[in-house]
Design a protein around this ligand. Sequence first.
Ligand SMILES: C[S@@+](CC[C@H](N)C(=O)[O-])C[C@H]1O[C@@H](n2cnc3c(N)ncnc32)[C@H](O)[C@@H]1O
Length: 428
Amino acid sequence: MTLAAPLDLLRQARARFTQREIAAHVGKDIKTVRRWEKGETPCPAMLEPALRDLLHTGARTSGPNGTAGDARFRFIDLFAGIGGIRMGFEAHGGECVFTSEWNDFSTRTYRENYPAGDAHALIGDIVSFPAEDVPSHDVLLGGFPCQPFSIAGVSKKNALGRPHGFECTTQGTLFFDVARIIAAKRPAAFLLENVKNLLSHDKGRTFDVILQTLRDELGYEVHYRVVDGRHFTPQHRERIIIVGFRGKTGFCWDDLKLPTTGPRLGSILHRTDGGEPVLPWDHDRFFDHAGQRVQPKYTLTPNLWTYLQNYADKHRAAGNGFGFGMAYPDSVTRTLSARYHKDGSEILVYQGEALRPRRLTPRECARLMGFPDTFRIPVSDTQAYRQFGNSVVMPVMHEVARIMLPHVQALLAGTTHDGSRQALSLHA
Ligand SMILES: C[S@@+](CC[C@H](N)C(=O)[O-])C[C@H]1O[C@@H](n2cnc3c(N)ncnc32)[C@H](O)[C@@H]1O
């Protein structure tokens, strides 16, 4: 299976489907599809999974990406959330064979988007799950919980007089659950994702322990890099990505293709010019199509808007920069957080002087994280905001998967990517 650019996929899809069918499948209007085809506007990278799904299945039968029958590699999805990392890897022909996620609301979204056809278990708590019962796999994926490592998590726990990082006996030790599964199953590769602050937590000691465990104890070749999601979606979201390989490879971060001019907020906002597609799974939940406006409930109440302005004024007077983040169509937003549902303060959408600003709708949050419009949101707005705020900029995962997979294939074939032979260690 060769990897194709979105436009190539669109062309392949056009050989079998009408513009209208493609538009309905990817959740865009027909004019937009026409513009992509003519090259008037670029076909966004975030639509690749939906186009691939259309090509593989001919209809949406097995989740936003479909599950390729000719899977090139098997992977497991730990701390799966809503499957943002999974989606990036599945788009390259991977088959998910095991999932762990303990939050009921997240698993609801996950099951809705990656439904039957998955012949694998979705288990809850990974801590109590025996590593030997995890099925053999080629790639382990894990965005292990970041709260103990994030600035917010650390300061909150300090404030409560509680330990943080590895000293925290619950969430902080989840890295070691990843490590024990790698030790038992010896996948060809892994990808771990976390907040950038993991690098500096506890003066770098936390990260040293992680590297030491992966390199010295487990014997993997490890590479890491901070990647900003703003290359792919209009959101400043820096995350550390750690990848590891069971043998020697020529993996190089320089192979990562990061578009230099990323999109701006206007490209993901609901369109009020008649161009907002009616998604049958959303109907008018977020956007009132008759009135051509975002549902009024997303506009801040007068009380909340007054509170946020006073709060910002207080902090400005005290000489620090805390406050709300007003976003305009040409903006790149701040990082969407799991607490966005509380007041939406980090990303407020400007609606002109006459109107109070509004929150992003959950559909816009999905777009801000690079999920295609085919992604279903079956939970409440509060849960949806939490889930997207905890997830990943999916196209980043898609791009990292692209540069990892030749090395995974080479390891599975017992060669290095340049074709030279190396010792083959079979997974358990
Ligand atoms: C940072 S989020 C990962 C989000 C994911 N990468 C995505 O794309 O949505 C961490 C997830 O780990 C889950 N989690 C935390 N502790 C867990 C445990 N012990 N067992 C299984 N899942 C757990 C949380 O519910 C949360 O959804």
